[in-house]
Design a protein around this ligand. Structure first.
Ligand code: OAK
Length: 837
């Protein structure tokens, strides 16, 4: 047809302009361009950070092109958008990941090489945004990656904490916290959208009156108004154009703020008010799976939820839609109960601000929200003292009381007046002080409720949410967690990625099930050797990092036995250390004993106020100090505590693992996701039947999984039969010896006081059944050691293990959420006529 126009050429002109081109030459030019025009430097005087920034802006330009195209396409049609509400996003460094997803990692490496620079050197310069504590926040980050990769329109909403999770240092074996000033060198990955901001009311009082038309009206007069400003980060999918938005809110003083006190000369009061406003998004609470009950925490939750809902309503109305149809534009997922106040806020916006009748507002609300539970631990279930709640959100308390009144009215008939059930379902708890149960608010206001692994969902239905399940079984489903193979394999383990792709192509990166095609190579001697070579190389690299960071020399040929996760009694790092002591004692009792050399690597942060967890860190380091230098050990055992566990460090640790420690008390770990990352990197698992371990074992085969310990059911039965940990201590000489050594100061320069609390809690309480599982664990570890002696057999197990892990991609999880909960479809984004790289 159009003979005079060569379409291909026109397209190339568009795609390959200097700002967006993906080839090596264009990248080189762009980096220098950004060095000059963004950093204001020329090569001779540029610092490493200048080059990092120049490269980051070069990548960002390419993201922005796709981002703009995505937004445009979303707004042009009518698509349901996923809105993920999460108080935490543990993103990890952006640069490498964006290069992987844009498909230009090699090109960038080459471009820099030709400029005499090294990509790794720049990647290591990035300070990661640690805007989360652990599992829940990291899951949110993996899900954002999968949503974009599956080309699903989505917005992640959260808080732009000025200080993320604290940095951990180890001094004299103890954890010491330092603030995480992650923005100190600027953040090239975000764009401040000053024009997108909302006023958020806090505190004050509520008045009701009847207007001239006889309609009841409510006025909430706050005693503080803060402004939330949007900061957007683009999230690009893997080799697709889709680039979604992570919108994080920063709190500020409103523009109009305190002219009065300023003008009247009360300068310091004006400054104080400004500080109060800015405090709201100042710092992430560092408590993982514990509730804090603090005013500032409730303010944070409400602040980001209200900004996000106002933002969504604006988007919806600007599309020309009616407020009553809000749920056709957004499906809103609550990442645990931290954002559950959204249910009351949605009602307030609809009833007070948009004049909807209560029942109509409730219909919209209950078709909008879905709730994911991430823990069964009772201490994590959020409850707010009613007086405290009223002092921050007086109007929301009224709304919650009204929701509860109507809800209990309905429920009373359904449960035929059973008082116990009514009080368990009530959103308001009675007692010396009344309180609000956020999980109940989330359940009442959501159309879907899910757990994060099959066992966890079953336990939810049987225990904490039992009465909710009886009331509305159709709301419940399981969505087993997953992790993104882009960050956790392609980026962090390029050698293994290349080896896998050399056999089965690259499709597995987007369709992780295809890893199963590796099975047929599990007996191929050449492939086995290559597999072992990659693992050894990764272990050698980690050994180098360990010596740099801790001065401990470890042997890359030894078993790398790895437990990395938050420090928590239920995760039982102390069970692991009891095994270390047991091996050590075997050597001391018989220096010639056959011991398969092992390197025990621990890493993880303890909540600053969690005494017992901090004591566990001290214990690990104390045991390490004795074991690592005892000449009888002859280097066969090494204990390492790798400081400041974060995404950056995790990426270096997982590829080097032989053995993955997933040893939580059965029934306590909702899912776990480190278990998936380690296994995908070729580690075999030693674990209990807890969380997703159950499903991992089903997939990889019981012959490739080291199982030990009580089941969740046995744990409960043992408890109700009257568990006596002291009995295990008295009757197991090896266990007794290990515990006695800890108490009498063998590992602590004869100080017999340090570990007293830890030992007493184990001997007389032992909530987490450490002593009950000790022998089973040690026996299982002996099988591990035996298996490791046959290196080829171990490698074969490792290959089969990886080949069968396809289920645990976050792409699979997100597909299930999309199909079964959100009912959203993908919307491929086109860029100059093409839909992917
Ligand atoms: C944190 C605070 C409150 C409630 C739960 C958490 C949390 O991080 N839970 C973890 O969530 C992960 C993602 O679902 C799970 O894999 C972990 O098992 C769970 O502990």
């Amino acid at each position: 047809q159009d003979k005079g126009l060569d379409k291909k050429e026109v397209q190339n002109v568009l795609v390959e302009d200097a700002r967006t081109g993906l080839d090596v030459e264009t990248l080189k030019k762009a980096i220098l361009n950004n060095l000059f025009y963004v950093q204001g430097k020329y090569p001779e005087i540029a610092t490493r950070n200048d080059y990092y920034m120049a490269l980051a802006y070069t990548v960002r330009d390419r993201l922005l092109q796709r981002w703009v195209a995505s937004v445009k396409q979303y707004l042009e049609g009518k698509h349901r958008i996923v809105s993920y509400l999460s108080a935490e996003y543990l993103l990890g460094p952006h640069l490498g990941n964006n290069l992987v997803n844009l498909g230009i990692y090699k090109e960038a490496e080459q471009a820099l090489h030709e400029m005499g620079l090294n990509l790794d050197w720049l990647i290591e310069k990035e300070i990661e945004p640690g805007l989360g504590n652990g599992g829940l926040g990291r899951l949110a980050a993996c899900y954002m990656d999968s949503l974009a990769t599956l080309e699903v329109p989505a917005i992640g909403y959260g808080i732009r904490y000025q200080f993320g999770i604290f940095e951990q240092d180890i001094r004299d074996g103890w954890q010491v916290e330092d603030t995480d000033n992650w923005l100190r060198r600027g953040n090239p990955w975000e764009i401040a959208r000053r024009e997108i901001s909302y006023d958020i009311k806090l505190g004050g009082y509520v008045q009701h009156y009847m207007d001239r038309d006889g309609k009841f009206r409510t006025i909430w007069t706050p005693d503080l108004i803060v402004k939330g400003v949007a900061y957007d980060t683009p999230i690009v999918g893997y080799k697709v154009n889709t680039t979604n938005t992570l919108r994080l809110w920063k709190s500020e003083a409103p523009n109009s703020f305190d002219f009065q006190s300023f003008n009247s000369g009360d300068y310091s009061n004006a400054v104080n008010q400004k500080i109060i406003c800015e405090n709201i998004s100042k710092v992430l609470y560092p408590n993982d799976e514990t509730r804090s009950g603090k005013v500032l925490r409730l303010q944070q939750q409400y602040f980001f939820v209200s900004c996000s809902l106002q933002d969504m309503i604006g988007i919806h109305l600007r599309q020309g839609e009616r407020i009553e149809d809000f749920q056709t534009t957004f499906a809103v997922q609550l990442n645990d109960t931290h954002p559950a106040v959204a249910i009351a806020e949605m009602m307030r916006l609809l009833v007070d601000e948009y004049d909807l009748e209560w029942v109509d507002a409730w219909r919209v609300t209950t078709r909008t929200f879905a709730y994911t539970n991430h823990t069964l631990l009772p201490e994590a279930l959020e409850k707010w003292d009613m007086e405290l709640f009223a002092s921050v959100l007086p109007r929301h308390l009224e709304i919650i009381q009204e929701i509860n009144r109507r809800f209990l009215d309905e429920v009373t008939v359904r449960v035929y007046g059973d008082q116990e059930k009514i009080s368990s379902l009530s959103i308001i708890g009675e007692g010396p002080r009344r309180y609000i149960k956020m999980a109940n608010l989330a359940c009442a206001g959501s159309f879907a409720i899910n757990g994060v692994a099959a066992l966890h969902t079953e336990l939810l239905k049987q225990t904490v949410l039992k009465d909710w399940y009886a009331l509305s079984p159709e709301k419940f489903s399981n969505k087993t967690n997953g992790v993104t193979p882009r960050r956790w394999m392609v980026l962090s383990n390029p050698k293994l990625t290349e080896l896998i792709s050399s056999k089965i192509g690259e499709n597995w990166i987007k369709h992780l099930d295809e890893l199963k095609n590796l099975e047929k190579f599990a007996d191929d001697p050449e492939f086995l050797q290559q597999w072992m070579d990659v693992k050894l190389e990764m272990k050698t690299q980690l050994a180098q990092r360990i010596v740099n960071r801790t001065n401990i020399k470890v042997d890359p040929e030894s078993i790398f036995d790895i437990q990395v996760k938050r420090i928590h009694e239920y995760k039982r790092q102390h069970l692991n250390i009891l095994h270390v002591i047991t091996l050590y004692n075997r050597i001391k009792q018989n220096p010639e004993a056959e011991i398969v050399p092992r390197t025990f690597v621990f890493a993880g942060k303890a909540a600053p106020g969690y005494k017992q967890a901090k004591l566990i860190i001290k214990l690990i380091n104390s045991v390490g100090e004795i074991v690592n230098k005892d000449p009888d050990v002859k280097g066969r055992l090494k204990v390492v505590f790798y400081p400041n566990y974060n995404v950056t460090n995790a990426q270096k640790i997982y590829p080097a693992a032989d053995l993955s420690e997933q040893i939580s008390t059965a029934g306590k770990e909702a899912s776990g996701t480190g278990n998936m990352k380690l296994s995908l990197n070729g580690a075999l698992t030693i674990g209990t039947l807890d969380g997703a371990n159950v499903e991992i074992r089903e997939c990889v085969g019981e012959e490739n999984f080291f199982l030990f310990g009580l089941t969740a059911e046995e744990v409960e039965n043992t408890k109700s039969d009257g568990y006596n940990p002291f009995h295990f201590y008295e009757n197991n000489p090896n266990l007794k010896l290990a515990l006695d050594q800890i108490s009498n100061g063998y590992f602590s320069h004869l100080d017999d006081t340090i570990f007293k609390d830890l030992i007493n809690s184990l001997l007389y309480d032992d909530q987490f059944m450490v002593l009950a599982d000790y022998q089973s664990y040690v026996d299982c570890q002996d099988q591990v050691a035996e298996a490791f002696k046959d290196k080829v057999k171990w490698a074969r197990m490792s290959i089969l293990n990886v080949a069968r892990m396809g289920k645990f991609s976050s792409d699979r999880s997100i597909r299930e959420y999309c199909d079964e909960i959100w009912k959203v479809k993908s919307v491929p984004v086109t860029l100059n006529g093409t839909s992917s790289k």
